[in-house]
Design a protein around this ligand. Structure first.
Ligand SMILES: NC(=O)c1ccc[n+]([C@@H]2O[C@H](COP(=O)([O-])OP(=O)(O)OC[C@H]3O[C@@H](n4cnc5c(N)ncnc54)[C@H](OP(=O)(O)O)[C@@H]3O)[C@@H](O)[C@H]2O)c1
Length: 226
């Protein structure tokens, strides 16, 4: 399998790369800093290929798609992991909308643009999978106040997940939103569970069998309320 992971240089994304490579898959470890991609890929065992990819850059997205097309001619799994702005310092009533807009560039438009660019290559796979790394913070059922940029952009990512799953069902592309749980990373802070636990559910969704679910929202392989 050939998998592409965004934000693969640290945190959950790096661990997803490590785990997928450990299963024998070819992993394109992408990061917005080419040096960070090189460094992280060099630290991991297996077939891990570093690639520069800032998901907010249309040029980077086009270049990454061209590289995958040229080197492999197809893509089996796209893991939209990169995200920013867990904005605990503000609420919806007074949120800085520039912050919300900036978060959307990475958390929503990034995965959307990248998915569009890579779709021809995913359609070339016999078992295509798209994993959108979301958060229970996006659950409308449990929605409270706070972290407005994060929550609203992850809600929109969940909506994108549903639309893509419906539109791509006929092509056999399984598209799911995955919450990794609270994980001890730079974003999650100390106290969360280890990256291996957070990454496991993402790897599960990237390696689903053909009769696996699509259009779902899961943590640890179990459904979450939308
Ligand atoms: N940690 C948690 O408790 C938790 C809980 C629920 C959901 N999640 C989700 O899990 C995913 C990974 O989170 P994490 O905790 O591993 O976060 P993290 O440690 O903050 O890592 C975020 C990653 O995203 C990358 N990134 C940010 N902007 C980017 C851009 N424009 N283009 C490409 N890469 C970019 C970062 O790269 P740089 O190194 O260049 O900044 C970094 O590799 C996110 O989608 C997050 O929302 C996390």
């Amino acid at each position: 399998m050939i998998a592409l992971v965004t934000g693969g240089n640290r945190g959950i994304g790096r661990e997803v790369c490590r785990a997928l490579a450990g299963l024998g898959h070819t992993v394109l470890l992408t990061a917005r800093s080419p040096e960070a991609a090189e460094r992280a890929a060099g630290e991991l065992d297996g077939d891990v290929v570093p690639l520069r990819l800032d998901v907010t850059s249309a040029d980077d997205v086009a270049a990454a798609a061209a590289t995958v097309a040229e080197r492999y001619g197809r893509l089996d799994a796209l893991v939209n992991n990169a995200a920013i702005t867990y904005d605990t310092w503000q609420g919806a009533v007074s949120a800085d909308l520039d912050v919300v807009r900036e978060a959307a560039e990475t958390n929503l438009y990034g995965p959307w643009r990248l998915t569009q660019a890579l779709l021809p290559l995913l359609r070339g796979s016999a078992h295509p999978r798209i994993v959108n790394v979301s958060s229970e913070a996006a659950s409308l059922t449990n929605m409270g106040g706070g972290t407005p940029a994060y929550n609203s952009t992850k809600v929109a990512l969940n909506a994108l997940t549903r639309m893509l799953a419906a539109e791509l069902r006929g092509d056999g592309v399984l598209v799911n939103a995955i919450c990794p749980g609270w994980v001890a990373t730079e974003m999650g802070g100390p106290g969360g569970r280890p990256v291996s636990a957070g990454a496991a559910g993402v790897v599960w969704a990237a390696t689903l069998p053909d009769d696996g679910p699509t259009g779902g929202f899961f943590r640890d392989g179990r459904p979450l309320p939308w």
